[in-house]
Design a protein around this ligand. Sequence first.
Ligand SMILES: [Zn+2]
Length: 210
Amino acid sequence: MTAPRLALELAVTLRHDGHGGVADDLADTAGLAAWLRERTALLDGAPQAAADAVLLTAVRELRAATRALFARAVHPRPASRADAHRLLPEDEALRRLNAAAALVPTVPRLVWAPDAPPQARSCPVGDPPAADRITAALARAVIAFLDGPERTLLRACPAPRCVRYFLKDHPRQEWCTPSCGNRARVARHHERRKEGHGGTKEGHGGTDAR
Ligand SMILES: [Zn+2]
């Protein structure tokens, strides 16, 4: 997984709960700790910080900025329904993202292990607090994603109840997962049948029309 994928993963911590509502993987510090634990390697090797309330707020605020900018990135296609009605203003989202990235200045460093290709890494200058390193690394991932080629592949899944952002992997992909595709097809089918029975559209199902 690349750093830009980390940006997407941050955004989708707000997700469909399977019952028509929205669940939040970063609802509390335990959720944040679990999420960070799975991504230690991507976060500049930042030590496992105590996922405290301060870091939770910082990451959630960064996520809100990210989702506002994702909504802008998919425009004029629809944004995720999870928060389309309460997005941060774009200038505030940009300011917040850039402020998070600026928490920790970095320098480039070349790492070249014997059995691997050379790799550029951004390394923190000095010894900043772990929480700042995590927030800044997430912000840099979001910046890299929005600046990179994957931005044009970003979509909000249009399936009923889904609120996920995903990357379109092939030109005809409409939904985030096959299961969302199935649900959307079933919903369309029911919608057509309903319209047919109501006799208001197209006359599917042999209704009277005029
Ligand atoms: Zn979906």
